[in-house]
Design a protein around this ligand. Sequence first.
Ligand code: HEM
Length: 469
Amino acid sequence: ENEPPLIPYTIPVIGHTFSYLFDTENFIKKCLKEYGEPFNIIIFGKVTTVVAQKYIPEVTKAHENFDSFEVLKEIVPLHLILDYNPFDIIDFHAKTTREQLSGKLSLYFDKMQNDIFYSLDKWIGECNEPRSIKSIWNVCNHVTAKLIANICIGEEASQHEDVVHSFAVLSHDMNRFFFLPPFLSFIHQKLHEFVISLPFLIGFNPIAKHKKVLINRMKPVVENRIQQKKILGDSYKQSDDILEFYMSQPDFDPSNVNYNYLADLLFFLIVVGIVTTGRSLANLLFDYAGRPEYWDELYEEASTFNEECNGKLTLNDINKMIKLDSFIRESLRHTGDMIIVPRAVTTDHYTFSNGYTVPKGRHVYDFSEDCLFSESQYGPDSKSFKPFQFVSQNISASKVDRTYVIFGGGRHACPGRFYAVLVLKLILYHVILKYHVRTENGNMPKKSMVGPLTNPPEESLIFERRKET
Ligand code: HEM
């Protein structure tokens, strides 16, 4: 009753799937122009509601009526693949991320920088002569994985290349199954979910080998800590990592450690944290390398801070680099994803403020590009890259608002964003100080579109050591 208008279509079941997948921007913009928002379309055999700039804030605010993981679950059925259902404990994961990761940045700051020096050395090197680096996204995933591995399982276990590699490729290995568009839902919604989980059920589980690696590296650390606790009692000094936090939970039993459970907890953080941060880092490097007109200004800011702090940068210093921060906010704004947080209605129904009503289970897709390129917010040239536009406004790259929805918004806004933005800042800062970076042809290469989502460009980047430093 009183549903949003359904956009006319010709082929039953298929409905608007092809326009949505292969011409997302034009298709949705045309619907918005003719019908306003919200409106209904049929994709993958299902009625789906689309909201844009006007109703995204309303949906974000109504967190009691919606759940984004109900949608993610259908695309990435982690509850079938992991032994312990991560979707049952999202609040615990959000709290862990907020308090143990984003909440402890000053504690992690020095080790993050050391890991960055190590990773730049390993993946990019000295580059006394120009060096072309391929598979930038893969490199970025490995750099991000090294940082997260140290914070998750500690200095000692994260020294091992095998565990860092597992962290870096885990999501990619899963994506080969999951990010296939859910074509089988044409037949039945549950069929897609069942078919993509089949390989796992018959024993082929790319996660299994990564889990083995993780447990293998984590076990000696856990055993050693339990031993130390026994010996030292109250004088035991806790380590600064998330594993220690898990070991301090009331359900942790030192006489019967459930490694499978610990690994599942960490895998969820890896899945949500590495692929997002690694991809943003790759985009950021291309945004920098492909736009030579901004190099001098960014280098000047970075080298001034570097001189002032005598090479010993603190969290306070990096927080003051407003041009760097603004550049990152602009890079994230230009990620290019058109839908960011699709949500499902979890209550009996949801009634929009204009009276349209959608039933329980309905997927509501956010056409976020309408926010990120809002002309009222970013001007008539909202699609152009204006890297220093946030400097005078003094808004940090991690601050969400009605139009800057790259980290979602409201109560469930990404709790890892403070950490992710710091990673991006620190890496770009050190890259700028150490190297000249350019694209192969000197321009900004194109990202590839996968339905409404983007992947970073596949070109190489050319690194050359700065002579000034
Ligand atoms: C640039 C990097 C990142 C981006 C673009 C990103 C984006 C997002 C988005 C769009 C959401 C959904 C927000 C909503 O429902 O409104 C989200 C949620 C979440 N993110 Fe991130 N994220 C990033 C990094 C991270 C990292 C590093 C972690 C932790 C390791 C993390 C942990 C989480 C968690 C636990 C949630 C669920 C929060 C909840 O439902 O309450 N994210 N993220």
